[in-house]
Design a protein around this ligand. Structure first.
Ligand SMILES: Nc1ncnc2c1ncn2[C@@H]1O[C@H](COP(=O)(O)OP(=O)(O)O)[C@@H](O)[C@H]1O
Ligand code: SF4
Ligand SMILES: [Mg+2]
Length: 381
């Protein structure tokens, strides 16, 4: 490639070359998504039967004309049964793309799961979601795994009542249901999410409800089919603080009521501290630290996790200046081979210019990817 001046400018010829190469890869991945496949091709075994979800070396890419955006670049973590796992990191680090990969909601042909496994223990079978053709996704999406999005208004249809939209979910998954059964289930779910006048809400249109109420409706919609895993992507970011607390309380209660697991995505460490059993910290498409909530809050090890905690405002802090981790995330099209945090890190050492740091186990549940904790190579001499 001629572009040795390290400029981000690409000539027309370079863009055409990238587009041609991308097209070939995208076509083959699209063909795989729409293939007819025997069930054996996407059934698998969990590595640990205590997990509901195991994400294993997941790579999710966007094939753009500027190059390949490695939005999720080798991510691995587990969600144990009946636990809440919080995924945290600055905006753009790949949290939503990870969840969209699990739900297989990536916008093709540009967005594609390039490699890796997403093992999910459904009620009777274990699937590798990454290998499933799109025609089989209905087995899990909205049924075994449900998703709650940040902005409920964009997920609810403005021209149908809440009741119509809730009943529809029952019909999709249980076509034999009668109108009475569907309505009874919808009202039951509205009650479960703490709506005091379920009949009134059932007959309302989305615009007639407040933001907090709409989010409750979205949660009830996610619950209609008794999902084993709920993915909540910034579920409270669009709400004001009091309502935010109520929705979080609701989610916490529900996890036990429905006997399921939650993958909670947020950029807010405060939310994680209150809600999660385990925490996964992402940076620039990779997991850089993970552990139990106590480990991550009492003993954060990665300089980025430490920085995130410093940048969180607290009631006790007497400073009115918020700490900000200096610098920017590297260009996702052209990631360095060394630690992605190097340019922003205040604890950089000699090793940091070398290879990307391996994930090191510091306790049975605590892992960190940083050279500060890599052991010296044994001296062979
Ligand atoms: N449709 C897309 N095309 C190209 N790049 C995308 C697309 N969607 C997301 N990305 C990139 O993927 C990265 C991760 O995005 P995302 O998962 O949405 O971040 P967040 O952690 O804020 O949820 C970002 O660098 C973003 O620019
Ligand atoms: S590997 Fe080095 S540059 Fe990266 S976070 Fe650790 S100390 Fe900082
Ligand atoms: Mg997001």
């Amino acid at each position: 490639m001629k572009n040795n001046k390290k400029s981000s400018y690409l000539s027309g010829r370079e863009i055409r070359a990238i587009a041609k190469q991308n097209k070939k890869i995208m076509m083959s991945l699209e063909a795989k998504k729409h293939r007819r496949a025997k069930e054996e091709e996407f059934l698998c075994e969990m590595k640990d039967p205590n997990n509901i979800l195991e994400i294993d070396d997941l790579h999710t890419y966007f094939f753009t004309d500027q190059g390949v955006v490695k939005a999720v670049n080798g991510v691995s973590f587990n969600i144990p049964k009946n636990k809440t796992v919080g995924i945290v990191g600055e905006s753009g680090c790949g949290k939503s793309v990870t969840s969209m990969s699990v739900m297989r909601l990536l916008q093709g042909p540009t967005g594609q799961i390039y490699s890796g496994a997403i093992r999910f223990a459904a009620e009777d079978k274990t699937y590798d979601i990454a290998q499933m053709p799109m025609s089989e996704i209905h087995r899990i999406r909205g049924k075994e795994i449900a998703m709650i999005f940040q902005e409920p208004m964009t997920s609810l249809n403005p021209i149908f009542t809440i009741g119509d939209q809730l009943d529809e979910v029952t019909y999709i998954h249980n076509p034999e249901a009668t109108a009475e059964q569907a309505q009874a289930r919808s009202l039951e779910m509205l009650k479960l999410v703490g709506i005091a006048a379920p009949e009134r809400v059932y007959n309302s249109y989305p615009h007639e409800l407040s933001g907090g109420m709409r989010q409750r409706v979205m949660i009830s919609m996610a619950l209609v089919c008794n999902p084993r895993l709920i993915i909540a992507d910034e579920p409270t970011t669009a709400l004001d603080v009091t309502i935010q607390a109520q929705i979080l309380d609701l989610l916490r209660d529900l996890k036990d009521k429905i006997n399921g697991s939650i993958m909670l995505i947020t950029h807010d460490l405060g939310v994680i501290a209150e809600m999660a059993d385990f925490v996964v910290v992402m940076y620039a498409g990779k997991v850089i630290e993970m552990g139990t909530v106590q480990e991550i809050f009492k003993n954060p090890m990665h300089p980025y996790t430490i920085g995130l905690q410093k940048s969180k405002p607290t009631m006790q802090s007497d400073s009115d200046v918020l700490f900000n981790i200096p610098g920017n995330v590297p260009n996702p099209v052209n990631m360095p081979t060394h630690c992605y945090f190097k340019e922003r890190c205040d604890r950089c050492c000699d090793k940091c210019g070398g290879d990307y740091p391996d994930m090191i186990r510091v306790s049975p549940t605590h892992y960190v990817s940083c050279h500060l904790y890599t052991k010296e190579e044994p001296n062979n001499g």
